[in-house]
Write a protein that binds this ligand. Structure first.
Ligand code: PBG
Ligand code: ZN
Length: 322
């Protein structure tokens, strides 16, 4: 009790503050999301995501070299195909844009960990994350396409697979599909608790993947449900997920904490496009200190229990933490 106990004693000297710090952000856990556009001749800045680009194959490879030199050790790739169709053929084409990008990156920067986002929405003409019949998204027929997509990405060089579609049974199907091809060593990072969030807005502009009708609430989770999140995580782990992800991050810190406490698997969190855009917009107005707010955000996500953070701030954070 006061005056014997004085909490401020450990806050006086900056070395002591550093010494007793309970949470540290490590660049080792940061994953940079990147976009690559098929047939593009010049990279294009994403309007709602300042400093982030829709890359050409060439600019993507240069960017990856730069990230590796900075200390960012992993990227997750999203492709935007020239042609979209009802069954998302571009997602699993051997010469699809993401497959080409993976091969090119692995050739130029072999040590960089390349993660493949596995989903159909960037490749389907209707913008949904699977096959549809009328306005219904068909779960089981979609699984085959997700497996094909994952296998084609690994064949092109992907080091890890991250399914983001939220179909039931996809982790088990993809694990089996990869194992059948001899890819037993490739880890799966499951977007296990992915919510139907309004925070994905800027991403959908960047990836041109907004649904043409309806929304994603028949497959992504209701933001109100944390028990469902824990069940999704449990099922994905039973099906073979090596890493489980919560997405978005900042509005779901309670979910990250709950997942951390229910599993021994590594927990990832996706600090999504809308979270990034909000900081950028406020900073551009001079209303907040961008660096401090971005680092506080990454620290908070880490403190909640995520050891891996997918973030558009990966590059800046690597610079700031140097
Ligand atoms: C595709 C996918 C999305 C994001 C990652 N993978 C969008 C969506 O589900 O509509 C969002 C990432 C972000 O907002 O940064 N399924
Ligand atoms: Zn999708």
């Amino acid at each position: 009790m006061f005056p014997t106990t004085r909490m401020r004693r450990l806050r006086e000297h900056s070395v002591v503050r550093d010494m007793v710090r309970e949470t540290r952000i490590s660049v080792d856990g940061l994953v940079a999301p990147l976009f690559v556009v098929e047939g593009a001749t010049a990279r294009e800045e994403i309007r709602s995501m300042p400093g982030q680009y829709r890359h050409t194959l060439a600019s993507l490879v240069d960017h990856c070299k730069m990230l590796w030199d900075l200390g960012v050790k992993s990227v997750i790739l999203f492709g935007i195909p020239e042609v979209k169709d009802a069954v998302g053929t571009g997602a699993y084409a051997a010469d699809g844009i993401v497959q080409k990008a993976m091969t090119a990156i692995k050739k130029a920067v072999p040590q960089l960990l390349v993660i493949g986002d596995v989903c159909m929405c960037e490749y389907t003409s209707h913008g949904h994350c699977g096959i549809i019949e009328g306005e219904r998204l068909l779960n089981d027929p979609t699984l085959d396409l997700l497996v094909k997509t994952a296998v084609s990405q690994v064949e092109a060089g992907a080091d890890m697979i991250a399914p983001s579609d939220m179909m039931d049974g996809r982790i088990g199907a993809i694990r089996e599909g990869l194992d059948d091809k001899g890819f037993t060593h490739i880890p799966i990072m499951s977007y296990a608790a992915k919510f139907a969030s309004a925070y994905y807005g800027p991403f959908r502009d960047a990836a041109d993947s907004a649904p043409a009708f309806g929304d994603r609430s028949s497959y992504q989770m209701d933001p109100a449900c944390i028990n469902q999140a824990l069940m999704e995580v449990e099922l994905d782990i039973e099906e073979g997920a090596d890493i489980v992800m919560v997405k978005p991050a900042l509005p779901y810190l309670d979910v990250i904490r709950a997942v951390r406490e229910t599993t021994l698997k590594p927990v990832a969190a996706y600090n999504v496009s809308g979270e990034f855009a909000m900081i950028k917009a406020a900073a551009a107005n001079g209303w907040i200190d961008e660096k401090r707010v971005a680092l506080e955000t990454l620290l908070s996500i880490t403190r909640a229990g995520a050891s891996i953070i997918l973030t558009y701030y990966a590059e800046d954070a690597a610079r700031w933490l140097k």
